[in-house]
Design a protein around this ligand. Structure first.
Ligand SMILES: [Zn+2]
Length: 323
């Protein structure tokens, strides 16, 4: 009788033990799932670290990545990407990043080899202009070379948001929908910016819609918003302008009655300053060409360290200089 009771009691205890282990395991599973959901759903938890080259690309990554990314830009205000080489500390940052984003089309000409090496070593590396249809790009000289200054056509740059969303989704698949929906929202917002630029440029009398700058960064701006664009140096700043180029540009400015020329924040001003003096024209305000301004500095309500702030200040300066 006693033996029977003891055996029943031990069976009951074993059952209780099994039930409680099961409950604890279930509870742990539930808690882990809840924690993962709170962190973004796929278990990675931490922010996606993005290393971008120029400020314009970093801005795209921040817009599309939102609170799920931490973005670092290698090239700050006033830095010329055509001439930039990665430093030793850049290489450490690039190695550690979850995702490396660059503009592409040989804008960062001297970093090309670094990107290839990083790709071969298994890093995720993507050019934001890669997804754009080739026929939307401006030809620049021979061998299929395209003009890399895509950001000056606001709609074209907005379309690069899709490539950024896909690159981020590759790193953090569980947040793919969030990245894609932020990219769509950004394109809607920058559609408004595009309309604003168009309206501002229309304030310049048609015969004065000529933009003279240090280097040929504004080809997309000219095509999108109906301005003739003339530059002292070519698409890249690697080759310097000669005396003949300077004399030719001086003659052009005189013959067209161009009221102002524009220096750039990331290019040496010497050549164009001399031309302005020789041709007897004003120097319009300095334009941002291949770099954003200093974060925290304002143009009205807009931050010059953002793409939108940079575009708005450029356009206001162009319109004030030529109107
Ligand atoms: Zn450039």
């Amino acid at each position: 009788m006693l033996g029977c009771f003891l055996s029943a009691a031990s069976a009951w205890l074993r059952l209780r033990l099994l039930v409680s282990v099961d409950v604890v395991l279930r509870l742990l599973g539930f808690l882990m799932a809840a924690t993962l959901a709170a962190r973004g759903g796929d278990g990675a938890g931490t922010l996606v670290s993005v290393c971008a080259t120029v400020g314009m690309v970093a801005d795209l990554a921040r817009e599309v990545g939102g609170p799920q990314v931490a973005v670092h830009a290698l090239m700050g205000p006033g830095v010329d990407p055509h001439l930039y080489r990665a430093t030793a500390s850049d290489l450490v940052r690039l190695q550690r990043a979850d995702l490396i984003l660059y503009s592409g089309l040989h804008l960062e000409g001297r970093m090309q080899e670094t990107f290839e090496r990083l790709r071969r070593s298994g890093r995720r590396v993507a050019a934001v202009t890669d997804g754009l249809a080739r026929d939307r790009l401006i030809n620049a000289g021979g061998e299929g070379q395209k003009d890399p200054h895509v950001w000056f056509d606001v709609r074209l740059w907005a379309d690069c948001a899709d490539a950024v969303a896909e690159a981020l989704a590759g790193v953090r698949p569980a947040s793919a929908e969030a990245f894609r929906s932020r990219a769509s929202e950004l394109k809607r917002r920058w559609d408004g910016l595009d309309r604003w630029v168009r309206g501002r440029v229309e304030e310049i009398p048609p015969t004065r819609r000529i933009l003279v700058t240090s280097h040929d960064a504004f080809g997309y701006f000219g095509r999108a918003y109906g301005m003739q664009v003339v530059a002292l140096q070519g698409i890249s700043t690697v080759t310097e302008a000669g005396l003949a180029d300077m004399a030719q540009l001086t003659d052009f400015i005189r013959s067209k009655g161009v009221p102002a020329v524009f220096l750039e924040s990331s290019v040496s001003p010497a050549g164009l300053q001399r031309i302005a003096k020789d041709a007897g024209v004003r120097r319009g305000g300095e334009l941002f060409s291949d770099a954003l301004g200093t974060p925290g500095q304002k143009h009205g309500p807009f931050d010059l360290g953002t793409y939108e702030g940079m575009i708005r200040r450029n356009v206001d300066r162009i319109v004030e200089g030529l109107k």
